[in-house]
Design a protein around this ligand. Structure first.
Ligand code: ADP
Ligand code: MG
Length: 256
């Protein structure tokens, strides 16, 4: 198989809820190893866009490819047929997702949280998955907390576990949905540091964030989403320092 040109590709994405269109024709392409930061006001469709990438939401129109593979559908002639749940889960198991509210399994230890999906969804041997999980926890600075339960950890520690859990899937891309917005300010830095480590390791990231300074630092491409449309897209210095659109200027003046 040839290497796909893009790690993530969205073409003509449209999505409505109850007759209201929240994504109005979104095109986005992310190369392997690149970081794309999505900024935009609340309600502009950022979370919906991420959820569409791993087929947690179905599109009304358009296609998604991850690693060159159509997500959620199989093409039969001119029509698309939705994949079976099993195949959707297989695809989803290669797409890491870090949520605003961590979403760890409360009844599992930190180590079990990280090792579960590789064992259950990817069929990796337990011993191997747990060894890999131990390594990943060390990488996010939690090598000594593997036996703890999520409730025994701070929010920043829980989010770092969630990052280790996403990495454990050996994902083609990791999606971050406002990974620091639920944290007390003093815990934001440790999570941003963990994300910096992920970026340095060469992962492909799509990250929704209101941390504009952080986006400027890590992103190859910054995207401004407004009312379901991409109104600005480019290198951070272009979009953030020299926005072409009045809506971008207005947005930036609020968050900066
Ligand atoms: P953002 O993450 O940028 O704040 P969202 O993608 O969460 O925006 O939401 C975009 C719009 O879609 C909002 O108006 C929101 O209320 C609406 N929306 C999101 N999810 C649903 C849903 N499951 N059902 C109905 N409306 C939704
Ligand atoms: Mg959101």
């Amino acid at each position: 198989m040839t290497t796909p040109e893009y790690a993530v590709e969205l073409r003509g994405i449209r999505k409505s809820y109850a007759g209201t269109e929240v994504l109005r024709g979104v095109d986005l392409a992310v190369r392997a190893g690149e970081v794309t930061a999505i900024l935009g006001p609340s309600g502009s469709g950022k979370s919906t866009l991420l959820r569409i990438i791993n087929h947690l939401e179905k599109v009304d129109a358009g296609i998604v490819r991850v690693g060159g593979e159509l997500v959620g559908y199989r093409r039969k002639g001119a029509t698309l047929h939705e994949l079976r749940e099993r195949e959707i889960l297989r695809q989803r198991s290669r797409i890491g997702f870090v949520f605003q509210n961590f979403n760890l399994f409360p009844h599992l230890t930190v180590l079990e949280n990280v090792a579960l999906a590789p064992i259950a969804a990817q069929g990796r041997p337990r011993a191997e998955a747990e060894a890999a999980a131990t390594d990943l926890l060390r990488r996010v600075g939690l090598g000594d907390r593997s036996a703890a339960y999520p409730r025994q950890l701070s929010g920043g520690q829980q989010q770092r576990v969630a990052i280790a859990r996403a990495l454990a899937l050996r994902p083609r891309v990791i999606l971050f949905d406002e990974p620091t917005s639920a944290l007390d300010p003093e815990l934001v830095g440790e999570v941003l540091d963990a994300i910096r480590g992920v970026v340095r390791a060469g992962a492909t990231l799509v990250i929704v964030t209101h941390e504009v300074g952080f986006a400027r630092e890590i992103a190859d491409t910054v995207v401004l989403l407004d009312a379901g449309r991409i109104i600005e897209q480019g290198p951070p210095h272009e979009v953030l320092d020299n926005p072409g659109h009045d809506r971008t200027k207005a947005f930036l003046s609020h968050v900066l």
